[in-house]
Design a protein around this ligand. Sequence first.
Ligand SMILES: [Zn+2]
Length: 285
Amino acid sequence: MKESIALILYIPVIHRRYVEIIREWASAHELTCLYIVGEEMIKGSGVLTHEIRALDPQTVLDIIVRTGWLSLDHVDILTPQKIPAIRKYCTKIVTAREGLTMGIVGRCFPDMPVEYIDTFLRWDTTRVAATHQPDHHRVSTHPHHVRLMADAKDLGNRSSDWWRRVGAIIVDPATLSPIMSGRNEHMPSEYAPYIAGDPRDVIPAGTSPEISTAIHAEGSAIARAAASGLSTRGTYIFTSTFPCAACARLIVRAGISKVFYHEGHSNLDGDQLMRSANVEIIQVP
Ligand SMILES: [Zn+2]
């Protein structure tokens, strides 16, 4: 039996990645139907009310049909009324790894197979942000450390940030069991830089880290621990990217005693800062 796929996308503006996804899935799977998340579903999700650039879903549908990327039989607007039919006739959901559609899929299709794809065009970090390695104290290839770092990287990969995706996990020093985690995310919503623009666009990589609409992974994990009343004193933090100076200050004041990192950072001001507070720095390759 051929797969009947419901491709569910929130498309506020048409950009290159959406065109790629639509073409890719339409040509590879003839039974794919694209469902553009409709106004009613967007309002119900509680986010994006400030998206001033957004086209209305019907206009997006008209553009897609007129360009010939998909025929009218294969595009529809996702409304609450259509959910039972999708559940009945589709064998799989394909959707974007972003908050709005993930929320809808989780609520409306909790028991269906789901494949997630990335929608944002990502900058090439090797070109836009030179990565320097700090003069780390030592390297660890301990299997448990490697596994925790893999988890941190996995967490970071769920960030919708265009150019750096970082995950951080604070662990208990005795058991290495996770206490709290965080990833870099824009605030007040992950769409903030796509609505009003990102101030980082005009700032050279590695400079003025305080100018940002994002909370960093390490800062987020520390703040979440504080909100939950969990002490970070003496804990270790596993972070996929070496901490920036702002996060290094938080790490020092939070009493974290060891930092395990994977990749370097374009700015290593945090290195000296953590060293002077006797925070041990360990690289996990
Ligand atoms: Zn940071």
